[in-house]
Write a protein that binds this ligand. Sequence first.
Ligand code: MSP
Length: 510
Amino acid sequence: MARFYITTPIYYVNDAPHVGHAYCTVNADALARWHRQRGDETFFLTGTDEHGQKVADAAAANGVTPNEWTDRYSARFRAAWDDLNIAYDDYIRTTEPRHAETVQKFLTAIYENGYIYKGSYRGLYCVSCEDYYTSEALVGGNCPVHGRPAVEMEEENWFFKLSAFEDRLLEWYGLHPTATTPDTKRNEAVAFIRGGLRDISITRKSLTWGVGVPWDREQVFYVWYDALVNYLTAIGYGSDQANVEKWWPSVHHLIGKEIIRFHCVWWPAMCMAAGIEPPQHVHVHGWLLVGGQKLSKTMAGEGAVRLTDIAPQSLTADYGVDPVRYYLLRDTPLGTDGDFSLEGIIARYNTDLANNLGNLVARVATVVGSKCGGVAPVCDQSSPLRAEAESAVAASAAAWESFAPHSALEATWRLIGATNAHLEQHAPWKMEPGAEVDKVMGDALEALRIITALIVPAMPGTAQEIWQRLGLSGAVADCALSDVTVWGQFPVGVAVTKGDPLFPRIKTES
Ligand code: MSP
């Protein structure tokens, strides 16, 4: 059986969950749901990154202990994901004992393999990135990502011999050209390696909020070194070898573009140093921007729209869970930057959901009710919609497979468009009950049944609602995709119900 292990980055708990975080998590959730539908054994991991200077500072600034702070904020992320109907299989917190144990085992393996040594480090540090910069990389002394001053830090730390992995990493990327996608992002990682790798300081003496270094009681591991290991903690590294062997070869890390270096350079090198295979695939997405700026608190200037002010829950309260999921999946391809706006959500809602999908569901149920006695007529094996359905099924499968939810949904909406066009062309509402109207509606129902299966990863709640209105039994998400998408299965004679509009139009000014 095929396996699919997908991860999101673990989110820092110095801030509340915002739409940028939701973008990544919803995409990972939809990919996991599609793989489950396809019958792959699937494991979806998300969680929170709770150590490091940034989180310790946030707790201190708010007058609470780091433990209180992380409990509170980790719960906020979990609540946001529950609200967005995120079906994760495990939610990891880096403050859990299972994680500290794994980090210590993993780093001890690297230490024992001779890739960790003691040295002194001096450099310019951005606390928001939890990363050092060279002076050339700074913009007027400020961090290029956060626009905040980088501060000079010097410490005696333990170092990881990243420089020893230059050739091996290049060789590995040569042998695994799709290990990082899209290609542009792989090229970025490879260019970074070609530019020369410096050893990195992986422990902190000045901080106590972290996982202790087993061979040096005065130090804790640097937060990124602790965080990356979460992907192994969740599958039992050091405690359940069989489970690691089961899941690790099928891992896919979904990450944002600013953390490529950590995931595509450091992490594979760390894995090599510990004696395990590097992650076989990292997919890199862009940022959601507001007016061209990354939606993050630290970048937002006076009066700017701040993503941290847009809690995912406020959007789901205004527009509904599935419309927000749909917008995040459909509007921005998973690999480029995209513009986030409320106008954009409303446009997608009114056009794709209210006018296209919602209208199709309402029309089909209404006409079946008025012209077919409320029950499903037989569908035609040689309907012209059949070819449309088959092409949508194939195109959407290829798109999900290649981490392109937006194009999977585009293909699905082509079928929705074709089914609406089929109704308009035949105008069954003008026909008298009889064979002709039955034929048109049998085909429309069958197309809609397949559409319903195709929207499961994006809009699981809506899909189940439509499934029930169509009189179909069980959970659509549990139907094997390869069976359910075959044309010609709509059960004749089941009762179709109308229900309230799925997506009442949102009124706009113009
Ligand atoms: N804790 C680290 C990740 C450790 S993984 C071993 C971290 N956390 S983060 O909370 O700052 O960011 C997590 C993810 O959210 C990143 O992949 C980042 O790209 C994503 N996003 C944060 N703001 C974003 C947007 N405005 N748009 C899209 N994604 C963005 O980095």
